[in-house]
Design a protein around this ligand. Sequence first.
Ligand code: COA
Length: 384
Amino acid sequence: MSSDMSVAVKSGLEGVVAAATTLSSVDGEAGELIIGGYRLEEFAGRATFEETIHLLWYGSLPTAAQLRDLMATLAANRPLPEATSSLIRSAAADRMTAMDALRMALDSLSLVTRTEDHNDRTAQPLGLIARIPTIIADYARLLAGTDVIAPDPELGEAANYLYMLRGARPKPEHVRALDTYLNTVIDHGLNASTFTARVIASTGSDIVSALVGALGALKGPLHGGAPGPALDMVFEIGTADRAEAVIRAKLERGERLMGFGHRVYKVRDPRADVLAVAAARLLERGAADPALYGLVRHVETTALRLLEEYKPGRRLQTNVEFYTALVLHSIGLEAELFTPTFAMSRAAGWTAHYFEQQSTGRLIRPQSIYTGPHDRQWVPLETR
Ligand code: COA
């Protein structure tokens, strides 16, 4: 498009509807998230991650037999190709971030998708979804200087992930909390990483490329990279009496508070509520630190009050990342693993969107307005 400045540029694409989807619905004014027809609050604390994958992928909760099949397929696909394992070892030797290691390792899974049955629509995505937790857990153990642990086919996705990270069978309440977390973040409308996956799918490119692109988008602090910094802020505050001063100083410096604000939600993010309930449940069962829990709640109240003071009318509320930090920390995950664990779940959403987009057959290709100069004259090299 030429430089017709009367055309409004929506550089963040806000309000632009670029896809129709049956996967999830985000209503930012009502504070409602629907996944596969169910309100988040209805299923997130009850379902296993595998049940939610089935819901997203096949449009319904599984029967007992379907769930057994899905769990068996995922468990059988957990081991990594040797080349991927060796890449992870090199990344650990260079102490790369877990997200960079995951991105590189995910890319190398073209080694397996290229040999899979291309007539079976689920083989590739399930093969990728199953291997992501193995990559993360192997990498975390190598970084910590410990040996990797083979996946346990007897365990479900959440339990096996915690087992591979720690080398011991996890507590049931930790597995429950992790399932709730994975269910909560599995899909979320046309967020930046899902949009990236759909743009790549729309060109007819392969599923590994779509996932690698999506992962790159998720990594940024404005999308999936916020929970680590959100927890850092809570630790920096340290005690409730310091909350006001620390947060005020951040806002005075023009910093953003991680874990607050959202492009779509103008009321409280329903995922924050679901995870706050999961954190409270961990606390009741003695599986969370009461002092940290109390501090987090106090920091949240103070942050919301000060955001209203410094940014009146912007309707900045708690988002999913704030309670993600508390839940994942309480079940023993290092902050470095928060975003990779988000990716482990969202990969199920990305893959479902990949196929949904491909089925439309439509290339995503917006336009830009040219704002550079016109009519420049060629100057020969020797006179420039
Ligand atoms: N802390 C302080 N101020 C914030 C803020 C935050 N977390 N989020 C937004 N604002 C302010 C902006 O500075 C802007 O102020 P201004 O009107 O004075 O310029 C105003 O609120 C509107 O922000 P805008 O950048 O238009 O919002 P957005 O829709 O682009 O931002 C996020 C959405 C998520 C990128 C943003 O809220 C943010 O950066 N949050 C922190 C990171 C985070 O938690 N990410 C995880 C999202 S699930």
